[in-house]
Design a protein around this ligand. Structure first.
Ligand SMILES: Cc1cc2nc3c(=O)[nH]c(=O)nc-3n(C[C@H](O)[C@H](O)[C@H](O)COP(=O)(O)OP(=O)(O)OC[C@H]3O[C@@H](n4cnc5c(N)ncnc54)[C@H](O)[C@@H]3O)c2cc1C
Length: 379
């Protein structure tokens, strides 16, 4: 009888957690490690919410992947009898002058069979009078999409993994000699050595530090500020019962998630911020970004013009040069897989990434060319 391969997955964020669970479900023996725990406040998967959308512009693999992820989120919600995806819908606001992104998205949504509607400006004004649609000529509405619970779903994945017989340990892998071939084991912060047949490193913004040769600065941590504003007393127009997730992609890409759980109206600017240290960086939002966001809120959501800032968060993107993921074997280490580069849009794909990784690792399949490390040498 063939013995089960022992696979160590390092990092229990959206990418590593789902990968560990999928490997276990397909019969592997899996140990999952995380330095600070699933969805911790330093991880890129930390915080309460993430956008689930299929709109991604033309010619990319992510709309198809989002379609698969939507099915998988629903499958695990049914299985665990818990809700992670709040289907508020996602509204994309487009201007007639520069709508290549939205136009290109429509075809991709249709092909991937993600439900969508094209809306005219009058239709949007009628439906969401709390938004000022000045400069907007049409929109895409994705009714099946919305926002995901981030930290809570990462924790639920690890709980399910442990309940199904997986081994989870809170420990940090030391960045020692990981690029030596072959990798038989990894040294841990508690002084022990973890041996395994194969290793998956899904270490988010830390990936380049652990693999300076293979990855290095091809994964950059950028500081991203997030703001929560408080709506007027008794006003529920900015809660998830009355407002969808929205995105305004003209010029700067700003997006927001309506208030939930009595928290504020969340808004962020997707523009890549300055570089940031995910371990030691102090998570204080910048006054300049706040000023800019406040002006935008006052313009687009006039009733929130003088709304007080009720919370801020600082997260970091783990950004690749082209914004595409990294899914590949280590160039000199057959039994090491590198997974990351979510680049500000990876979370929603977690279940689909986990499924894909498990199939690749257990069936020795090659990763997609678009996600391989070799692409950086040819560009
Ligand atoms: C502000 C912000 C907004 C975003 N918005 C969206 C969105 O709306 N929709 C969307 O789909 N995506 C979004 N993203 C992107 C998405 O959240 C990330 O791409 C995704 O969460 C990355 O997951 P990950 O598992 O690769 O990394 P992480 O979540 O960072 O997980 C890596 C894990 O590895 C652990 N680790 C690191 N080093 C070690 C070590 N040496 N030993 C052991 N463990 C280690 C860490 O503790 C961490 O838990 C956003 C990201 C940010 C920051």
């Amino acid at each position: 009888m063939k013995t089960k391969p022992h696979i160590a997955v390092i990092g229990a964020g959206a990418f590593g957690g789902w990968t560990a669970l999928n490997l276990l479900e397909r019969g592997a023996r899996v140990t999952l490690l995380d330095a600070w725990g699933p969805g911790n406040s330093r991880a890129s998967s930390g915080g309460e919410t993430r956008v689930m959308r299929g709109t991604y512009g033309p010619d990319q693999p992510y709309t198809e992947m989002a379609a698969r992820a939507l099915k998988l989120w629903a499958k695990y919600e049914r299985r665990w009898k818990r809700q992670f995806l709040h289907r508020t819908g996602v509204l994309w606001m487009a201007s007639g002058r520069d709508d290549t992104f939205e136009r290109g998205s429509v075809k991709m949504l249709r092909t991937a069979k993600i439900e969508y509607r094209e809306l005219s400006a009058p239709q949007m004004k009628k439906r969401w009078p709390q938004i000022n649609f000045e400069g907007i000529e049409w929109g895409i509405f994705e009714p099946e999409c919305g926002y995901l619970e981030a930290r809570a779903s990462c924790q639920a994945v690890v709980e399910a993994f442990v309940a199904a017989g997986g081994r989870y340990r809170q420990a940090s892998v030391l960045p020692d000699e990981l690029e030596n071939s072959p990798l038989g084991g990894v040294a841990l912060s508690d002084g022990s050595l973890l041996k395994a047949d194969r290793f998956v490193f899904a270490c988010g913004p830390w990936l380049g530090k652990l693999f300076p040769k293979a990855i290095g600065d091809r994964v950059q941590a950028t500081k991203q500020d997030i703001f929560f504003f408080g709506a007027p007393a008794g006003d529920d127009r900015f809660c998830d019962t009355h407002l969808p997730v929205w995105a305004d992609h003209r010029g700067r890409f700003r997006y927001g998630i309506p208030g939930r759980d009595r928290r504020g109206f969340k808004i962020a600017d997707d523009t890549r911020g300055p570089s940031f240290d995910p371990t030691f960086g102090e998570r204080v939002a910048s006054p300049e970004t706040l000023k800019d966001i406040r002006e935008y809120v006052g313009f687009r959501f006039p009733a929130l013009k003088d709304a007080p800032l009720v919370e801020t968060r600082v997260c970091q993107y783990e950004q690749t040069p082209d914004g595409d993921f990294i899914v590949d074997r280590h160039p000199s280490n057959e039994n090491v897989w590198l997974l990351g580069g979510g680049s500000g849009h990876g979370f929603k794909h977690g279940p689909a990434v986990g499924e894909m990784m498990a199939e690749m690792i257990l069936k020795d399949r090659a990763p997609e060319a678009a996600w391989r490390l070799g692409r950086f040498h040819t560009k």
